[in-house]
Design a protein around this ligand. Sequence first.
Ligand SMILES: *Cc1c(COP(=O)(O)O)cnc(C)c1O
Length: 383
Amino acid sequence: MKISELKTPCYVIDEGKLTENLKILHHVMQRTGAKILLAQKAFSAFCEYPLIGKYLSGTTASGLYEARLAQEEMGKENHVFCPAYLPEEMDELVKICDHIVFNSVSQFLVHKEKIKKAAAGISTGLRINPECSTQEGHEIYDPCGTGSRLGVTRAELDKAIQNGFDLSQIDGFHFHTLCEQNSDALETTLDAVEKKFGDLLYGRKWLNMGGGHHITKAGYDMEKLEDCIRRMQETYDLEIYLEPGEAVALNAGYLETTVLDIVENNGIKILVLDTSAACHMPDVLEMPYRPPLKDSGKAGEKAYTYRLSSCTCLAGDVIGDYSFDKAIKVGDRLTFCDMAIYSMVKNNTFNGMPLPDIAVMGADKECRVIRRFGYEDFKGRLS
Ligand SMILES: *Cc1c(COP(=O)(O)O)cnc(C)c1O
């Protein structure tokens, strides 16, 4: 089936593009010896886990459900980080994970007996907070801001050590401080990590440098990334992990939609689509950002400008203003790009909106629907 024949709304995963990204990441692994994991919170399309598992070392999870999904569908290295684990979650996690990362010394102490008793050896990690903000604008994505709960600061770790905490129980350190950034931000962060935690890195086995590395984006400075990895390998004799989410499936998906109506208000022409920013691409409103749309320009750039909006009752459910070479008609189809990441994992059925189907586009551009959603998926989460 061609992409234009799919019933809309529909997410389409572009396997050709996904494979290109995976090859880039695999190349970094080969050149540096670092291990790269898929951060499932960005992209959990498990139909692609066998493909992803061919190129990457495994997965990382934000909690039990993602860890289970990884174990069931990929079965490679299975890391987990969560700010706090429930006792019953830890009972499961010790059976399926090989690396468990704690957000605080107190969380480690709560769960350490279970880790010790686990049948398979589990490598323990502690998330550190280097208190080094390298991003502006996106404050909700900055774990280094004052008052952040994410990662122990050096001051808090020192307090715990003074109170008798034995750091030799911790195999690795983990930090995650970047969001859609280039390797210069990683370099700056590593300076802070070394300054604050350098003396403690010597006794560790591994360092996980988190996600937010825009490795597969055009213009990413790969040489600097490799220098950063080697610097930590050589100085501290550490195994290095990276766990990008976004970079794995960047630009590897679309959201196909149909124009249902065209209305006008004070000279503004508005397209009513069968998709929704609030329900199907919540990051557009949350981040916020303007998703790329195929064959379109900025407002006023091409001859015909429209505001793209949705079928929900939320006045602000607007994707943005876009322009086209031709006038748009009811029934026309539009294709949003870069819709694989933070889309399927974040969507919802607010307003009773149907969830988009999920299709896969092969390298030959042929599409097949792999999941169709209906009323039961809406009703099933309610009672
Ligand atoms: C979000 C997150 C990632 C992935 O981040 P991307 O920006 O998608 O690369 C990795 N690790 C942790 C701990 C995260 O919270």
